[in-house]
Ligand binder design. Structure first.
Ligand SMILES: [Zn+2]
Length: 306
């Protein structure tokens, strides 16, 4: 009996460390897997982002590729249990590892990879390889089997995909969360895939080198005007428009307060100190992202003043 109890505790512990991938149906023909709210680790295998798939009469359309080929294969296995059908397209919402690095699985299955033109530029510049090497070094074995694939279709402003009776309006944005964000809108379903532009009760990451907090606010203003009932993001449960307000609230909080403190002549350390206790401290990813966000917005405001 005691052994069984110990075994049970061990198994429960192992599951707690290694999040299971469970395919869920969001609504008719739309499925998702939900990653954990954490930074990548050996324990979570890099499964810290969401991926989505839409079933059409001509096959699957995937939105985001997860962090590794192992995870994207597991995702595909799950999809094939729902319906054995080809993967027609994999749309990558932006170049961050947890959205792009699993893309080779779909490419190998004959899917066309769709991404922002700037993602292709990043790939062709060689910088993507440099970042991949650094990521492999930083996170050990998690990314060891990642092979980068470039997009087959690039979006510079807007691209409409019609697949098996379903329409996907893909919009390329100006720099916001990164400099290569895509939005994917399904007009009949009123479903909007938001990548990492929109979060709820979670701190958005604004520290990317191509990010723009000003651009992010503009993108969020645009999203607010869209006729979307469900927002499907890279890191949350399915959201509604209230998530846009939440994200805007945090971005505005940072921009307005940092600007005020800079006008008072405060330096970055004093600004960090002054913003230490704030209402956002209770949300997930605060410890991982907040300081990087303060630093990035501070340097952005310097540039904006020039
Ligand atoms: Zn991201």
């Amino acid at each position: 009996m005691r052994h069984i109890k110990i075994l049970f505790i061990f198994v429960a512990f192992a599951f707690a460390l290694a999040p299971e991938m469970k395919l869920r149906r969001v609504q008719k023909d739309i499925y998702m897997v939900r990653g954990v709210d954490a930074l990548p680790s050996k324990e979570n295998r890099g499964f810290m982002s969401n991926a989505f798939a839409v079933l059409t009469s001509e096959g699957w359309v995937v939105i985001d590729a997860l962090s590794t080929p192992e995870l994207s294969k597991e995702f595909v296995d799950n999809l094939m249990r729902v319906k054995k059908a080809p993967i027609r397209y994999a749309i990558i919402t932006h170049y961050h590892p947890d959205h792009w690095y699993g893309a080779k699985t779909f490419k190998d299955m004959g899917a066309k990879i769709v991404a922002h033109k700037k993602l292709l530029d990043f790939y062709q510049s060689g910088d993507a390889q440099t970042v991949l090497m650094a990521t492999k070094e930083r996170f050990g074995d998690v990314y060891k089997n990642v092979v980068l694939v470039p997009p087959d279709i690039v979006v510079e402003s807007r691209h409409v995909l019609k697949v098996g009776g379903k329409t996907f309006e893909i919009v390329a944005l100006a720099p916001a969360h990164t400099d290569n964000d895509l939005l994917v809108y399904m007009p009949s379903e009123k479903v909007l895939f938001t990548g990492d532009l929109v979060v709820k009760n979670r701190i958005p990451f604004m520290g990317d080198r191509g990010a723009s907090s000003k651009g992010l606010l503009e993108a969020l203003e645009g999203i607010k005007k869209m006729d979307a009932r469900v927002l499907l993001g890279g890191h949350n449960e399915p959201m509604d428009m209230s998530a846009v307000e939440f994200t805007m609230g945090y971005v505005r909080f940072l921009r307005e307060n940092i600007k005020k403190l800079k006008d008072e002549g405060k330096n970055i350390d004093e600004i960090r100190e002054a913003l230490k206790n704030n209402p956002y401290g209770k949300y997930v990813m605060y410890d991982a992202f907040h300081n990087a966000n303060v630093f990035k917005v501070d340097s952005e405001l310097d540039m904006e003043e020039l």
